[in-house]
Design a binder for this molecule. Structure first.
Ligand code: SF4
Ligand code: SF4
Length: 412
């Protein structure tokens, strides 16, 4: 194992495959695959706080809420080792500890043991799948939303027939376009301003696009709670729909959908769909570069940016949303102390918001306080799930929560 670990200050370390310096493992495997490296964890506690840059600021919403070692990565590693070596049996309480985790992966960024840094996210996920196989997962709230996805194609217990209710009659769709705007469940039913802004931006750019009449949940909420078989079923049905509609390119404004379509479908489920998947900021940056997107209005706003875990640590996309924000006239971006790979999670992912509301709210409130302390007037993200979490938890309008799509829409 290498003695020296590379760290690119300010750029983050999530794109560096430290496994090259340690033992090379595969991703998306069952827990058996990882069990021999988990015991390398020295229980040092470094994964509790930011290792560089920000004065030992805390990073783990689960550990800070549970206030006990088992809830941090070091504790979860020890429990994983005990289960995989037959020293500990699954119980309801053990499963609850593993589900008290937003799978934000901030802990993995701090650990300097190469295999743990590179693969701990894989075994945190694999332990959920194991909990499901053993009959201790997912949590009852996850089963409820999975049932809603089965019956109505969304986790919000809303009617599938209402999925496109947000769509203004002024938006022009091109039914046979090769480009699809994948709206996702949260923008369709909860944060419809993102759906409207994105569709209007595409119209203003004269881009032909369609929205699948029968669009369904991407399956991310099911996958993230360890229900791999069900998630694969959803993924296969979606890919079939994309193929039938002749889709070659998909734009989404949702971080969770983006990761599911681009990474999970292909690398976990082996669905090599060959469709180009783009998150809205990277698509808009291309349009700016090609001189096709021009801003005609100016905002006068100090904003701060929250990195959604699903595009940040899970996909390594830190630069594009910031580059886009910096191009919007009249925007001053003030970074929070914990940003990019060190960003504190909003607390809604990994099934935490539905199953463990108190932990979820405490994570959101910590992020909102951090945003307020920057003097920004708006907390901006590029994920409807983060936006919904902030809007739900911001009290008395102390700071405004916005999506990057809304800022772009206001200025073109
Ligand atoms: S996961 Fe890494 S940082 Fe955390 S306790 Fe183990 S060795 Fe230390
Ligand atoms: S993934 Fe996030 S919530 Fe889970 S143990 Fe790591 S830092 Fe804590």
């Amino acid at each position: 194992m290498a003695k020296k670990v590379r760290y690119d200050k300010g750029k983050g370390i999530s794109k560096i495959d430290l496994s090259k310096e340690g033992r090379k493992l595969d991703r998306n495997k069952e827990i058996e695959h990882y069990k021999d490296v988990i015991f390398q964890c020295g229980k040092c506690g470094t994964c509790r706080t930011v290792y560089h840059d920000v004065d030992w600021a805390r990073v783990c919403p689960s550990g800070e809420f549970g206030n006990f070692e088992a809830y941090y990565l070091g504790g979860k590693n020890l429990l994983t080792w005990a289960v995989t070596s037959g020293k500990l049996n699954w119980t309801e309480n053990l499963a609850k500890i593993f589900y008290h985790c937003s799978l934000c992966l901030a802990c993995t960024q701090q650990c300097q043991i190469p295999e743990i840094h590179a693969y701990a996210g894989e075994w945190l996920m694999a332990m959920r799948e194991e909990a499901v196989k053993e009959g201790f997962g997912p949590m009852p709230e996850h089963l409820k939303y999975t049932e809603s996805i089965t019956n109505e194609n969304n986790p919000y217990m809303e009617k599938h027939a209402d999925r496109l209710k947000w769509l203004p009659s002024s938006v022009k769709l091109t039914p046979d376009a090769k480009l699809a705007f994948f709206v996702g469940c949260t923008s369709s039913y909860r944060e419809q301003s993102i759906a409207i802004a994105t569709a209007e931006i595409l119209n203003l750019l004269n881009i032909d696009f369609q929205i699948l009449k029968d669009e369904s949940c991407c399956g991310s909420p099911v996958y993230m709670t360890g229900q791999a078989d069900k998630a694969k079923e959803i993924a296969e049905a979606n890919v079939q729909k994309f193929k039938e509609a002749g889709i070659e390119r998909i734009i989404t404004a949702c971080a969770g959908c983006y990761r599911a379509l681009k990474d999970v479908y292909q690398n976990k489920f082996g669905l090599n769909h060959g469709i180009e998947i783009l998150h809205l900021p990277e698509f808009l940056l291309k349009k700016i570069k090609d001189d096709e997107l021009k801003f005609s209005k100016e905002l006068n706003m100090k904003i701060t940016y929250h990195d959604p875990c699903h595009i940040g640590r899970h996909m390594g996309m830190y630069r594009q949303p910031r580059d886009l924000l910096e191009k919007i006239p009249g925007i001053e971006l003030i970074e929070m102390p914990r940003n990019k790979h060190n960003a504190w999670c909003c607390g809604s992912g990994g099934g935490v918001r539905s199953a463990f509301k108190e932990m979820s709210a405490s994570a959101a409130n910590e992020r909102i306080e951090e945003a307020k302390a920057t003097d920004a007037t708006a907390l901006v993200s590029c994920c409807p799930f983060c936006l919904n979490q902030f809007k739900t938890n911001i009290k008395n309008g102390e700071i405004e929560a916005l999506d990057i799509s809304e800022l772009v829409r206001k200025t073109i």
